[in-house]
Design a protein around this ligand. Structure first.
Ligand SMILES: [Zn+2]
Length: 289
């Protein structure tokens, strides 16, 4: 794999985080959210956090890497739960799984996370949600969480940055390469996610069993495709397309990804041929002169 990142580095963690104009949180988001009660896995205190209410939120579609797009709310802003008592942060649905060793590692670290809620009745800005994800990634690294959880957290963070960038661009802002939500920052996170998913596949037997093998393989295929690794992507897709247990929606998504890969291959080949033709003409011209 090109430029894999070591598992203990959070992309962009050491860099200056530059944040553009903040997107105003639309209070209309509230209608798609609900309160969920959590017990902090570290300090055992109970707290509430907003999460998506799937009976109210309307799903409009998915990106190639399965990022869901809901009407009127970006679900990526509401995936991290943070305990305001001890600062522990994590992807809400995996937090009950941390063990004694991980708890001790977190307590010893003395880490106090930044807090992702903006005090606006639990509604989240992109900036606040981004702080929450960075806190969760740091907690998972301290805990030495398994690769699948790290990969998923990085994937969700990348989706948040994509939504943030789209929201800014919709308001006429230009996102530059050094901005926190740049395409480069998103790509680094996707690469980190891919690295961790592949490690997980090799080393962790029942990782992300709630997501399912076909979905995980599809995500690996999509992330490989997005990084130009067409051969790897196709290998993972073959497994899905030949599976007897694949759901129709995922099957269709896999077919679409296969079509995208073929188009990209064709374009790459054409570009190469055009370049060769140009070089040939240049050499020919020079020989004449
Ligand atoms: Zn706590």
């Amino acid at each position: 794999m090109r430029g894999s990142l070591p598992g203990n580095t959070i992309p962009q963690e050491t860099e200056q985080i530059r944040v553009k104009k903040e997107i105003t949180v639309d209070s209309g988001e509230m209608q798609y959210l609900m309160d969920r009660s959590f017990v902090c896995p570290v300090c055992r205190k109970r707290f509430n956090s907003k999460c998506i209410n799937s009976s109210k939120a309307v799903l409009e579609g998915w990106d190639t890497d399965l990022r869901p797009r809901y009407k009127g709310v970006d679900v990526s802003k509401y995936r991290v739960a943070e305990c305001l008592s001890c600062g522990y942060a994590g992807i809400a649905r995996y937090d009950s799984k941390i063990g004694e060793r991980e708890k001790a590692a977190y307590k010893e670290s003395g880490l106090k996370t930044l807090g992702g809620s903006d005090g606006n009745e639990g509604l989240r800005s992109y900036r606040g949600a981004y702080d929450g994800y960075r806190a969760a990634l740091r907690c998972y690294i301290i805990n030495n969480a398994n690769h699948s959880v790290r990969g998923l957290t990085a994937l969700y963070t990348a989706w948040l940055l994509r939504g943030w960038r789209e929201a800014l661009e919709k308001e006429g802002e230009t996102v530059e390469v050094r901005d926190a939500m740049s395409l480069l920052a998103e790509t680094r996170l996707l690469r980190y996610a891919l690295y961790n998913f592949k490690k997980s596949e090799l080393e962790e037997s029942d990782a992300l069993s709630d997501i399912g093998e076909n979905v995980l393989n599809y995500i690996i295929a999509a992330l490989s495709y997005m990084q130009g690794e067409y051969q790897v992507a196709e290998a993972y897709l073959r497994g899905i397309l030949n599976s007897t247990e694949v759901r129709l929606r995922l099957f269709k998504q896999a077919k679409e990804l296969q079509r995208l890969i073929r188009t990209s291959r064709r374009l790459d080949r054409q570009e190469r041929l055009d370049r060769q033709e140009k070089d040939k003409k240049k050499i020919h011209g020079r020989a004449k002169a």
